[in-house]
Design a protein around this ligand. Structure first.
Ligand code: BGP
Length: 488
């Protein structure tokens, strides 16, 4: 009988900017996510329609601080006021671990503040104490798409080298404050994603760099994040000796559309374009692929002399990643169907089903991804995001019959187990995205639901925000109770 290892960390994940709400309470400052406007009616499969940000958009958001309809991330799922109830529900499912992020702008409202915001620090103390009551281990993302907006407006985001110092001061503050409460840390959520959404990840707005090669701006900002991530790892290990610090990668998995060598090469190249970032954080240096890219595209990264040593000396301890779907790639995509995925658009796989948002469900792709990453890095892995976004229906008697989600998870758990037992992958744990309904990153919808727990709120923020257990809640509870034996 195949079994998950003893101590496997089953749990769920959220992110402050999509879940907390309380966006302007408790001394919290504006984050970039508080300017993320919902584009109601736009095609949910057109990623750029929902994620292109200009300075005018930011001005518009700043002019309407009262507006939580067009800016859904401001209300999230109101975890800020309901964290005790939510954590009790996680405990009822038997969670061993809960992945969450700390909103940087709750700790340093402007990023460059002389002192941290005590109310913000106390909020997370309360959350960690609540988790501890139930024996749930926090897994904390230091930056999950929520840099303080002031860093954008005053420093041009991560393009400014000064932001490294602001980030390390933030890391010193939270590691010191929570050194007895948090052991598992992630530095930057989907570190590779800056290349696809530079504003959300790096606080970069293209129209603020007139006449510059914006790709070079992004890679310069990425360099600052790599140095900051290495320093964060150093700080964490110094303050919390038994801490484990991971990188977090968007695991985008591409299959060649045909067995033509050109298509196989195209798929390999596209996979390396995300591996390049986890390679840098795991091996502590830029991979040859990325250096060639810089050279061939005339991209010049300004470094300081100690950067290479710092990056090399403080690589991550484990590799975490998000996996939802897979895609195809071809040397010539002319006339081929394309479909969206997690922050991408790619060639549609004719052998796989797609969700209403066009993401193609592929549980075997999770096993392929686990094997690829483990063979590449030989470091412990952690699946910190995986789940099915779907339009769930709350029945009259407050039930949600999400058998489609149970089926998605059952198939992915089976492939995850095969990767462990058949392929020898060292997998630390699994946190479902999202364990409770929250605001979607790409489309800012509440109606793209992922949770085991339904939140009574719609895309416009209307509702009681009451929580209801879905069928998958009880199924996952059993899976955890039996350490994965009951998902067959
Ligand atoms: C990842 C993010 C998560 C989450 C997830 C699902 O990129 O790390 O924050 O949002 O994608 O994507 P979406 O919410 O767009 O369905």
């Amino acid at each position: 009988m195949k079994k998950f290892p003893e101590g496997f960390l089953w749990g769920g994940a959220t992110a402050a900017n999509q879940f907390e709400g309380g966006w302007n309470e408790g001394g919290k400052g504006w984050s970039v996510s508080d300017t993320a406007r919902a584009n109601f009616g736009a095609d949910v499969k057109n990623y750029s329609k929902h994620n292109t940000v200009t300075s005018a958009d930011i001005e518009e958001a700043l002019a309407h601080p009262e507006d939580t309809v067009n800016y859904p991330k401001r209300h999230g799922s109101d975890f800020y006021h309901r964290y005790k109830e939510d954590i009790a529900l996680m405990a009822e499912m038997g969670f061993k671990v809960y992945r969450m992020s700390i909103a940087w702008s709750r700790i340093f409202p402007n990023g460059d503040d002389a002192e941290p915001n005590e109310e913000g620090l106390q909020f997370y103390d309360d959350v960690f104490d609540e988790l501890k009551k139930y024996g749930i281990e926090p897994l904390v993302t230091m930056s999950h798409y929520e840099p303080p907006l002031n860093i954008v407006l005053k420093y041009n985001g991560w393009y400014s080298r000064e932001v490294i110092g602001m980030f390390t001061r933030y890391v010193e503050t939270i590691c010191t404050r929570y050194k007895d409460k948090v052991k598992y840390w992630l530095t930057f959520n989907e570190v590779d994603s800056m290349i696809r959404h530079p504003y959300t990840t790096g606080g970069l707005v293209e129209d603020r760099f007139p006449g510059k090669n914006f790709e070079e701006v992004i890679f310069q900002a990425m360099h600052h994040q790599f140095v900051a991530s290495a320093l964060a790892t150093k700080i964490c290990h110094e303050i919390i000796p038994d801490s484990k610090v991971g990188c977090m990668l968007t695991k985008l998995t591409y299959y060649p559309y045909t067995c033509k060598p050109e298509d196989v090469l195209a798929a390999q190249q596209r996979m390396r374009s995300t591996y390049a970032y986890s390679d840098t954080q795991v091996f502590g240096e830029y991979p040859a692929y990325l250096l060639s890219h810089f050279q061939n595209k005339g991209i010049h990264i300004v470094k300081e002399e100690d950067d290479d040593r710092v990056m090399k000396e403080y690589p991550v301890d484990f590799v975490s990643f998000s996996y939802y779907m897979s895609s195809c790639e071809a040397a010539d995509t002319t006339g081929l169907d394309v479909t969206p995925g997690n922050t991408i658009l790619a060639v549609k796989n004719p052998y796989l089903p797609a969700t209403e948002w066009g993401w193609q469900t592929d549980p075997i792709g999770l096993r392929i991804s686990l094997v690829d990453l483990y063979d590449r890095y030989r470091k412990p892995l952690f699946v910190v995001e995986n789940g099915l976004g779907a339009k769930d229906v709350l029945t009259e008697d407050k039930k949600v019959h999400d058998d489609y989600r149970i089926e998605y998870l059952r198939q992915h758990f089976k492939c995850m187990l095969d990767a462990i037992v058949e392929d020898g992958v060292d997998l630390m744990g699994y946190t479902s995205w999202a364990c409770i309904d929250l605001v979607s990153e790409s489309t800012k919808q509440m109606s793209k639901r992922y949770g085991y727990i339904y939140v009574d709120a719609d895309d416009y923020g209307n509702g009681t925000y009451d929580r209801y257990r879905k069928d998958s809640f009880y199924w996952y509870k059993k899976v955890i109770e039996n350490n994965g034996l009951d998902f067959e």
